[in-house]
Design a protein around this ligand. Structure first.
Ligand code: MEV
Length: 429
């Protein structure tokens, strides 16, 4: 799979069937896999088992971002999202990063944090000491009761104690149990482990175990991506590459100090990350919660990315955030479409999926701030929107760009106008 090329020129001009054929060839998809793309991959009976009171299924567009090269391997990236421009922007950015070798990405071991709140302790310090003394036994007890996570090479790894007695409720100890959940996101495994160990912790501490739930600030499970774009690739009609980097840095500086801008900046990052998380059937609320909590880790909410001009005058970007995603279990296992998305990605571990998602976030952020810092976001957006309207009005993929341009020039980006332009064209006007 390593030599499969994700740099597919004019992918957007292909028909849906042609794009599916590319995905099929890239990932060796079966007829059943292709069927999940056609029919959402979620039979009604399956949906009925996933949540309560099911009355139907809800679809989103699934697009494929091209040009991604991450850790010297090409990826086609499935993205489930309702917002136009995101897939195109990711693909465009990935193309620029690709020219200098693509993204480098890395990630921590898949360690989730489970929190156990302890109250009504007769002696907080003694309880903390006793728990730490019995750490090895506690971890072994968790592993003894855990199921598939331990069989797959995961399990309880560590235990930490936090004294949060400053809260309004008086004395509180919080145990953090670190569990390696391997290729699962791991929510169920962590929550089960916490509930199963709670009576033992109560016995040891003499206190009362209250909340037993994972933390979505999964900062033991960070993913990182970085990449470089040569200045000359950023040149525009009006500005040199170096000037474009400078205005990008100005945009990034605002997101570093201002939470109002950082929220929007990070939302753009999550446009890319969530779309991958959704396509692979993962819990995007968990990833969102982790990302934003991490963005505020230094006491003020800030950007999840860093941008700088390097000594050679090129643009370098970096992202780091918690990415609790899995490739087994949960909706990922139950949803045929998510399975197909994973096949297209060709990732073999939860860590690799997290690394891919981080790279997509960085790409997305670059595309957004480059557009904002230069021509503004609406130009590209309107161009895409106009092209989509032209196609909806009946233009062929070959004719759509010209019809779109005429709509833009006239300042009338509407379906009715696209139809009128096409009619005129048919009549040779
Ligand atoms: C829109 O969905 C995302 C942006 O607002 C991100 C940003 O401002 O950086 C364009």
């Amino acid at each position: 799979m390593d030599d499969k090329h994700s740099a597919i020129s004019q992918f957007y001009r292909k028909s849906i069937a042609e794009r599916r054929a590319v995905a099929k060839a890239h990932a060796g998809l079966s007829a059943d896999d292709l069927e999940t793309l056609v029919n959402t991959g979620l039979p009604e009976a399956q949906a009925d088992l996933m949540i309560e009171n099911v009355i139907g299924r809800f679809s989103l567009p699934l697009g494929l971002a091209t040009n991604f090269r991450i850790n010297n391997r090409d990826f086609l990236i499935p993205m489930a999202i309702e917002e136009p421009s995101v897939v195109a922007a990711s693909s465009y950015a990935a193309k620029l990063f690709r020219a200098s070798g693509g993204f480098e990405a890395s990630s921590d071991e898949p360690i989730m944090i489970g929190q156990l709140q302890l109250l009504d302790l007769p002696d907080l310090a003694a309880a903390a000491d006793e728990i730490l003394e019995r750490k090895a036994d506690i971890l072994a007890e968790i592993d003894g009761r855990a199921g598939s996570i331990v069989r797959r090479g995961g399990g309880a790894r560590d235990l930490e104690i936090r004294d949060l007695s400053g809260s309004g409720r008086g004395e509180i100890l919080v145990l953090h149990i670190h569990i390696d959940t391997r290729d699962a996101m791991g929510a169920n495994a962590v929550n089960s482990a916490l509930e199963s160990i709670a009576p033992t912790i109560e016995r040891i501490s003499g206190g009362r175990a209250h909340l037993r739930i994972l933390s979505n600030l999964s900062d033991r499970r960070l993913a990182r991506a970085s990449g470089m774009i040569e200045a000359k690739a950023l040149e525009t009609e009006k500005a040199s590459g170096s000037q474009v980097i400078d205005v990008i840095m100005e945009a990034a500086a605002l997101a570093e100090i201002d939470p109002y801008r950082a929220a929007t900046h990070n939302k753009g990052i999550m446009n890319g990350i969530d779309a991958v998380v959704m396509a692979t059937g993962n819990d995007w609320r968990a990833v969102e919660a982790g990302a934003h909590a991490y963005a505020a880790r230094n006491g003020h909410y800030a950007s999840l990315t860093e941008w700088r001009k390097d000594d050679d005058g090129n643009l370098r970007g970096r992202i780091e955030l918690p990415l609790a995603v899995g490739i087994v279990g949960g909706a990922t296992g139950a949803h045929g479409g998510a399975q197909t998305a994973l096949k297209i990605l060709g990732v073999t571990s939860a860590q690799e999926l997290a690394e891919v998602a981080a790279a997509v976030g960085l790409a997305q952020n670059f595309a957004a701030i480059r557009a904002l810092a230069t021509e503004g976001i609406q130009r590209g957006h309107m161009r895409l929107h106009a092209r989509q309207l032209a196609l909806a009005a009946g233009a062929t993929p070959e004719d759509a760009p010209e019809i779109a341009q005429r709509m833009i020039d006239a300042g009338r980006i509407r379906l009715a106008y696209a139809k009128m332009l096409l009619d005129d064209r048919k009549q040779g006007k």
